[in-house]
Every structure is written in C-alpha cells, then in structure tokens.
Design a protein around this ligand. Structure first.
Ligand code: URA
Length: 184
C-alpha cells in the first residue's frame, strides 16, 4: 500500500500490472478534492477519459455534471475515481485479472481521501467494492454501511444514456446522497 498521494500517483502512472497498459494513452487516476467527504466510483475510462487523463469527461460525465448541478453538488468538492485506471478496449467491462491488478490503487485512494459517503456507479463498482452477491437492480437506492463508510449504489450514468427511464431513479438516489451529506 502507498502512504502518500505522490507514491500512489507515481505507481499508477508507471503501472504495467495488466494488459490494459499496452493500449492506454493516459492513466486516469482520479480527480477532485483529495479530502472530500463524498466520493464517486465508476467503472473505467472511456475514449474521452483515456485521451484527457480525467474521469467522467465524456457523455456519461456530462450527464453526471447535469445531475450535480441540479442537486447543488459541486464537482470540485467531491472526489471521482474508477475501478480500473486504464481504458478497456472498445469500452468492454474490465476483466477479473485487470480489476484485481488495479483494485489496490482504488483501496488506497479511499484510505487517503477518507470519505464519509461513497456512491457506487453501476455493477462493476458495486460488485468489486462490496461483493459479487450485490446487484444494482436490487441494491440501488439503499444505504449500505461498511467499516464506517456509507455506500449508495446507483446506476452508472452510461446506463441512463441507454435507458432514459432510469434517470429519475438516478436523480432520486443522488438526492438521497445530498440529504445525507447535509445531515453530517
Ligand atoms: N465511465 C466510467 O465508468 N468512468 C469514466 O471515467 C467514464 C465513463
């Protein structure tokens, strides 16, 4: 484990632990307030994120920004990261060996940020953080407390782009998060 951001970021930038390193343009480590009370975890970088080095800057990110704006969540005040730091080709789901190679970086980010609340965006984040028995359909919108952190699983914003009817539940879940943050 890495005890500082510098160590962690250097390790990520030079990482060759899985095959995704061969096709990446940038390692997408995370963005935002490194002392945030609220953290968001997505799946992995897409083409726009790979090109820019920042998470959630493409279509899914723009949708997330709209929700943030509507709910009064300041993107600069939260911390945003992904399960895997390098883009899986053709936006496929990250494979198990890729997730296993990368997960220590995310665990370390959580340790350093020390958030009170983590929003898990989609099944890849939910299953790899809380366990394979969880599924987004049953777990979304429900608080899960573990080791002093409150987790809120919700849909991945890319799922909203495929199915607009999910937007209302995504909004509802983030509203719940906003309310929780106000009550700390
Ligand atoms: N989807 C993700 O899961 N993460 C990103 O950073 C962008 C799209």
């Amino acid at each position: 484990m890495y005890s500082s951001w510098e160590e962690l970021e250097n390790a990520c930038k030079t990482c060759k632990k899985c095959k995704l390193c061969g096709s990446r343009t940038n390692v997408v480590i995370g963005t935002g307030n490194k002392e945030a009370d609220l953290m968001f975890i997505g799946e992995g970088p897409g083409a726009d994120e790979d090109a820019s080095g920042n998470p959630f800057v493409g279509r899914a990110g723009k949708l997330m920004n709209m929700a943030f704006q509507a709910l009064g969540i300041n993107r600069d005040e939260v911390y945003i990261a992904n399960v895997v730091k390098c883009r899986p080709p053709n936006n496929r789901n990250p494979e198990e060996d890729e997730v296993n190679s990368c997960l220590d970086y995310l665990r370390c980010q959580v340790m350093l940020v020390k958030p009170k609340v983590i929003v898990l965006l989609g099944n890849v984040a939910l299953k790899n953080i809380l366990g394979k028995d969880y599924g987004i359909t049953n777990s979304r919108g429900k608080w899960i407390e573990k080791n002093g952190i409150f987790y809120m699983p919700t849909f991945h914003p890319a799922a909203l782009l495929r199915d607009e009817s999910k937007k209302i539940l995504f909004w509802k879940d983030l509203k719940e998060v906003k309310q929780k943050m106000n009550n700390f």
